[in-house]
Design a protein around this ligand. Structure first.
Ligand code: PLP
Length: 378
């Protein structure tokens, strides 16, 4: 089936009792048993929930995977993934991942004896050189946040395979609509479904997708044993949102391309980072491994005070953390999403204090451009 057909139907069938066309919110913490351990396969809400199961199956199909395991947040999903390694193991991570991922690995899991190397994974030789005898996992984000640097996923999956490493890709920025890492040989995909997948700024959620039976078994176990499960209502909202994922992603991209083109004609925009621009150093790779370029644009305006002034004057673009929603958002990553990354490291990555990140929403593009015009007037 095509993406939109799957988005609307996968994992969902009319309710058996009533025929209700929409999967109900099974808001129940437990299930009645006919006798001791005699039940319909449902024992307790943390372990089994039909609304959650529908969501898991729906997104698994969209990511071209067999299994989905949903969590209470993107970081809860990443935390669960870290149970695939243990004390003494080494993990190679893309060096400009989401700030919260950096914080989770460096300030929590390092204390449990897991070693991390932060590597420019767009450079395959750097990845190969970072592999040690205790390396067990590659954790990749592509495109990265907020520099939108790409890592070649087919090449990475080969490196992972030949070195017996678990390969993981944080696919939050592209959503399953524009990029399917599992189809390129990657073992595991993780999403913050808070972002494009839910897309309406009303749910915090995370999900892991894989076709690997062993990894699925382990993570299902962890989902229940550690218990960071999403609520039935949040699963229902997210399931409602995936029905429009295709139309939303197309419009995010159309608006982002128009905005990137507009910015390219403005001399205050020193550096415009968008994978859809031919000026993006990895534009060819973007065309090869993604079916679109997404809705995120980063722009360096060269001056900290000016950047702050622009943010203050914007009216439609709302100053906020997060991304991927119907409403346009703007932030200064160095002070917000990436504040927990040390300044030295930020400078090295190009996350300057004058870098503005736009999450281009679904408003009329003329209004978005007018908003930026009035905010950038000197
Ligand atoms: C937001 C985000 C996360 C974390 O997800 P939460 O749902 O906020 O816990 C992880 N990776 C990326 C790329 C993100 O943007």
């Amino acid at each position: 089936m095509g993406f939109s057909t799957d988005a609307i139907h996968a994992g969902q069938k009319p309710d058996e009792t009533t025929g209700a066309i929409i999967t109900p919110i099974y808001q129940s913490s437990t299930y009645a048993q006919e006798g001791i351990n005699e039940h319909k396969g449902y024992e307790y809400g943390r372990t089994h929930n039909l609304t959650r199961a529908a969501l898991e199956q729906n997104i698994a199909v969209l990511e071209k995977g067999k299994y989905g395991i949903a969590f209470a947040s993107g970081l809860a999903a990443t935390q669960a993934l870290m149970t695939l390694v243990k004390n003494g193991d080494h993990v190679i991570v893309s060096d400009n991942v989401y700030g919260g991922t950096y914080r989770l690995f460096e300030t929590i899991f390092r204390d449990y004896g897991i070693d991390y190397s932060w590597v420019e994974t767009s450079n395959l030789d750097d990845v190969k050189n970072a592999i040690k005898i205790n390396t067990k996992m590659l954790f990749i984000e592509t495109p990265t946040n907020p520099m939108l640097t790409l890592t070649d996923l087919s090449a990475i999956s080969e490196i992972a395979r030949s070195n017996n490493l678990i390969s993981i890709v944080d696919n939050t920025f592209m959503s399953p609509y524009f990029q399917n890492p599992l189809a390129l040989g990657i073992d595991v995909v993780i999403h913050s479904s808070t972002k494009f997948i839910n897309g309406h700024s009303d749910v915090i959620g995370g999900i892991v997708l894989t076709s690997d039976e062993k990894i699925n078994e382990r993570l299902k176990y962890v989902q229940n044993a550690a218990g960071a499960v999403p609520s039935p209502f949040d699963c229902w909202l997210t399931l409602r949102a995936t029905k429009t994922l295709a139309v939303r992603m197309k419009q995010h991209q159309e608006n982002a391309i128009k905005l990137a083109e507009f910015l390219s004609s403005q001399n205050y925009a020193r550096d415009i980072i968008y994978p859809g621009l031919e000026s993006h150093p990895q534009h060819e790779l973007a065309k090869k491994q993604m079916s679109g370029f997404g809705g995120m644009i980063s722009v360096d305006v060269g001056d900290v005070e000016y950047a702050r002034e622009i943010i203050k004057r914007l009216k439609i673009f709302t100053l906020a953390e997060s991304l991927g929603s119907v409403e346009s958002l703007v932030c200064i990553p160095s002070e917000m999403t990436h504040a927990s990354v040390p300044k030295e490291k930020r400078d090295q990555l190009g996350v300057t204090d004058s870098l503005i990140r736009f999450s281009v929403g679904l408003e009329d593009i003329e209004d978005l451009i007018d908003d930026i015009k009035q905010a950038t007037e000197k």
